[in-house]
Design a protein. Structure first.
Length: 99
């Protein structure tokens, strides 16, 4: 989209239907009661993971809360943080216009 090139639809379909669900399953299994992946405290690891979900969000995709409830809650909580929310709000109009 950003490079104004044709997308590899087969690759996208495989990622969305096969690869990403495996990662979501793994993350769902790693999440406990806390909104953090390691040590019960928000860390650089959470920032790294949640950033990938911002990019996924910009593509119009996200986490199915029925399939991955802990992951959906975790991502929503991090994206609601002031730092993430501000960047998401700043970037969203650009991605909508580019689409």
């Amino acid at each position: 989209m950003l490079l104004k090139r044709e997308s590899d639809e087969a690759l996208i379909k495989k990622a969305l239907e096969e690869d990403i669900p495996q990662v979501f399953d793994y993350l769902e299994g790693q999440l406990g009661a806390a909104d953090a992946l390691v040590g019960g405290q928000f860390s650089i690891g959470d920032i790294g993971v949640a950033t990938a979900f911002v990019n996924l969000r910009h593509t119009g995709n996200g986490v199915d809360a029925a399939k991955w409830p802990k992951l959906a809650r975790y991502i929503a909580a991090i994206h609601a943080r002031t730092s993430f929310k501000a960047v998401i709000e700043e970037e969203t109009p650009f991605f909508k216009q580019a689409a």
